[in-house]
Design a protein around this ligand. Sequence first.
Ligand code: DX5
Ligand code: ZN
Length: 239
Amino acid sequence: MTHQAGQAFDRLTATLEAHGPVVMPALLLCDFGHLAREVERLETAGAAALHLDVMDGQFVPQLSYGRVVVEAVRKASRVPIETHLMVAEPERVIEEYARLGSDIVTVHIEALEEPRRALAAITGAGCRALLAICPHTPVERLEPYLDACDGVLVMSVEPGFGGQQFNPVALEKLTWLAAARSRLNASFRLGVDGGISTETISSAAAAGAELIVAGSAVICSTDYARAIVELESLARAAA
Ligand code: DX5
Ligand code: ZN
């Protein structure tokens, strides 16, 4: 789609510049029997963007969903969509997920032989590019690519499942990345994904997280709007 992916991302960054960190709900644990209704509930609840976890059973042990669901969410939603590719050889599918209407495509440094080429493919397809990093991967590995991405997604759990515990090693990575951004006079955004809750979001925001993915903390709550407002308020107070 010659969608306005870049514009959607710019709106997102304008929101976080004006108000502070934004919460992006992850749909992984939602009620897929009523997908369109879940998407609508999340939008009405004030979700700044939606985070879609694509898992292939190879890069991570688990299979989640792929193009059919991304396409359905795109049709049902107006907010920006971030597609988090937890797949082996993500370069094979970047264009496809861009075409399906992703505004942001996120790829793992651990899955890439040539990160710069993958990031260029994402931006070449009209999307914004995030580079994700797993808890066990040294953050310094990102340095050569920080000028080529729109943001970094720091994983605070091992990718693969929703509902895991936040790993504080992510805080060290966020702090290092925030310092690197100043040192390099760069403008990439900082995201965090995994184990975000009312207990953990403040430390993530204080360490620099701006695009904050929250799965179970939103989806397993009874009131999506209240969960998002509470998480964003905590993040904004701590940022
Ligand atoms: C983990 C996924 C996360 C997950 C977040 O593999 O990348 O996006 O859905 O879920 P919570 O917030 O429950 O850890
Ligand atoms: Zn994710």
